[in-house]
Design a protein around this ligand. Structure first.
Ligand code: ADP
Ligand code: ASP
Ligand code: MG
Length: 464
C-alpha cells in the first residue's frame, strides 16, 4: 500500500479536488491511503476566529467563519453534481459552523482560550475537506471509506503540538485501516488531527499533515509515502525567495531532515523520522503537475559530486548570549544552562561556545522572560531578537574543500553573528539579521546553483 498526502493548496477548490481524485484513481491498484489537509488558509482562519473571540470581537469572528463556510460550499457545489448530496452536505457544514460559533461564543464569554479549545476548533478544517473529497469520490463510483483520524492517531495531551503514541497508533492503524485497505477500500482520512486516549481532540502542530502521512505509512509498512504539494519537489531554495530554484531529483533522509528542521516548509520537520525507521521512500510531488517525477527522499541516494544541495532559512529567531567569566570553565555550567531551557520546554536550535560565552538560538519565545530571569541568577544574559538562521545542506559538504570560503565570500558584507557546523556534518548554519535573510539566500543560491552545476541531481523547475 502507499500513502498519498495532499496539502492545503492541493484541495483548495473544486478544480484542485478533481485533480486529487484523478491522481488517486490513477494509482488505485497500489492501495492508496489518502491523507488530507484542510483547504488552503482554513486552519489560519479558524485559529484567527478563536483569537478574535477571546478578544471579545465576536462579530468579526463570526464573519470570518461565515466566509470560510462559503468557500467550502462553493467548492462542494462545484465538485459534486447530485443536488440531494449537495443539500445534505451544506446542512452538515452549517451544523459544524454553528458548533464553531458556539465554541467561539463560549471563548468570548470566558475570556479564555486554551490550546485544547484551539485544537478542537482547528480540527474542523481537515474534517471538512476530507468529508467533501470523500463524497465527491463516492459520487464517481469509487469505493471510499472516510475514517476519522482521531480513531487511530492517538497522542499525548500536549495540545497544539501533541506527541504521537506510536505503539497505540500501530495497533489501531492495523486494526482499523488494514482490513479496509485489504478489501479494496480507498481510505480517506485527515492529517494533522488526533485524539488523546480518552478521546479529546488534539493536533500535531502546524504543518502536521505530512507527519500524519509518515506516521501511518510507518505503522502500515507502506511501500511509499507521497507528499503532494504546490511545488515540483524539494528545491534548491524556497522558490518564494529564490525564483530560479532547481528541483532536486533525489536527496537523503538526513539532508531532508536538516532542510525541514531549518525552515524548508515543504516538509514538516518530524516527517522523516518514521520513514527512516522503516526505510520508506518519501516522494514530494506537485499536484498541479502530476506527470512530473518529483523528488525522491531515500536512505542512500546515489553519490553525487554536488557538495551543496539546498539552502533553507528560518525567520523569527532569537539569540541568547550567556556570559559568565567566573563559571564558564566550571564543571556543570553548560548543564545548568540547558536545564533552564528544558525546564521551560523550549528547544534550542543552534549552540556555539567560546571561552567566555555560550550563544544559543530559540524560536519559541513564550517563556523567554522566565528563561532570562533564571539564567541571570548565574550569568550575564543578552537577548537579540529579529534574527534568522541560514542553513546550507549537502552530504558531501564536509569532504569538499573551500565551501565555507565560498559561503562567506558570497555573503559579502552580510554580517554573521553565529556559525554552527551541525554534528551530522551535512549542514552549516549561520545566524544573521532577519532583514537580510532573503538577500543572503539569493546570494548563496547564485553562488552554488546558478548556473546549474550537475544535471543528474538538479532539474530546472518546469515552466507552468
Ligand atoms: P502544503 O500545503 O502542500 O503542505 P506547504 O505550503 O506547507 O504546502 O509547503 C510547500 C511550500 O514550501 C512551497 O510552496 C514553498 O514555498 C515552500 N518551500 C520552502 N522551502 C522549500 C524547498 N527547499 N523546496 C520546495 N519548497 C519549499
Ligand atoms: N492544516 C494544518 C495547517 O495548516 C496542517 C497541514 O496543512 O499540514 O497547519
Ligand atoms: Mg505543509
Amino acid at each position: 500500500m502507499i500513502v498519498m498526502k495532499f496539502g492545503g493548496t492541493s484541495v483548495e477548490d473544486a478544480g484542485a479536488l478533481n485533480n486529487v481524485i484523478e491522481i488517486v484513481s490513477r494509482q488505485r491498484e497500489r492501495q492508496p491511503l489518502v491523507v488530507l489537509s484542510a483547504i488552503a488558509g482554513a486552519t489560519n482562519t479558524l485559529l484567527d476566529a478563536a483569537q478574535l473571540a477571546v478578544e471579545g470581537k465576536l462579530e468579526a469572528a463570526h464573519a470570518s467563519l461565515h466566509a470560510l463556510l462559503e468557500r467550502h460550499v462553493v467548492a462542494l457545489e462545484n465538485v459534486i453534481e447530485e443536488r440531494s448530496t449537495i443539500q445534505e452536505l451544506i446542512l452538515e457544514l452549517r451544523r459544524r459552523f454553528d458548533e464553531l460559533k458556539n465554541l467561539c461564543q463560549g471563548i468570548a464569554i470566558l475570556g479564555e482560550l486554551t490550546n485544547r479549545s484551539l485544537d478542537a476548533i482547528a480540527s474542523v478544517g481537515e474534517r471538512l475537506s476530507s468529508l467533501i473529497l470523500a463524497r465527491a469520490m463516492q459520487e464517481r463510483g469509487l469505493p471510499v471509506d472516510l475514517v476519522d483520524a482521531r480513531t487511530f492517531i492517538i497522542t499525548d495531551d500536549h495540545f497544539a503540538s501533541a506527541a504521537p503514541l506510536f505503539d497505540r497508533i500501530d495497533e489501531k492503524s492495523k486494526a482499523i485501516l488494514s482490513p479496509r485497505i485489504r478489501t479494496g477500500k480507498l481510505v480517506v482520512t485527515q492529517g494533522f488531527i488526533g485524539s488523546t486516549e480518552s478521546g479529546v481532540t488534539t493536533t500535531l502542530g502546524r504543518g502536521g499533515s505530512d507527519y500524519t502521512a509518515a506516521i501511518v505509512g510507518a505503522a502500515l509498512d507502506a511501500e511509499e509515502i507521497q507528499i503532494w504539494t504546490d511545488v515540483d519537489g524539494v528545491l534548491t531554495a524556497d522558490p518564494r525567495i529564490g525564483p530560479s530554484a532547481r528541483k532536486l531529483k533525489v536527496i537523503s533522509f538526513r539532508e531532508a531532515s536538516e532542510l525541514a528542521y531549518f525552515g524548508a516548509k515543504v516538509l514538516h520537520p518530524s516527517t522523516i523520522l518514521p520513514a527512516v525507521k522503516k526505510e520508506i521512500p518519501v516522494i514530494v510531488l506537485n499536484s498541479k503537475r502530476p506527470g512530473l517525477s518529483g523528488t525522491r527522499i531515500v536512505a542512500a541516494p546515489p553519490k553525487s559530486n554536488a557538495a551543496v544541495k539546498s539552502i533553507a532559512s528560518k525567520k523569527e529567531i532569537t539569540v541568547i548570549n550567556i556570559q559568565s567569566g567566573r563559571m564558564l570553565m566550571a564543571y556543570g555550567f553548560l548543564e545548568s544552562i540547558f536545564s533552564v531551557f528544558s525546564k521551560h520546554k523550549t528547544p534550542v536550535d543552534l549552540v556555539s561556545t567560546s571561552e567566555v560565552a555560550v550563544s544559543v538560538t530559540i524560536d519559541a519565545t513564550n517563556r523567554l522572560d522566565q528563561i532570562v530571569r533564571e539564567l541571570e541568577k548565574f550569568a550575564d544574559v543578552n537577548v537579540f531578537g529579529q534574527k534568522a538562521i541560514l542553513c546550507i545542506v549537502g552530504e558531501q559538504m564536509h569532504s569538499t574543500v573551500g565551501i565555507a570560503d565560498r559561503i562567506f565570500r558570497a555573503l559579502g558584507e552580510i554580517n554573521c553573528m553565529m556559525i554552527s557546523q551541525g554534528a551530522s556534518e551535512i549542514n552549516m548554519s549561520l545566524v544573521i539579521e532577519e532583514a537580510q535573510i532573503h538577500e543572503a539566500v539569493r546570494r548563496l543560491h547564485r553562488e552554488f546553483f546558478e548556473p546549474v552545476p550537475e544535471l543528474d541531481i538538479f532539474e530546472p523547475v518546469a515552466a507552468v
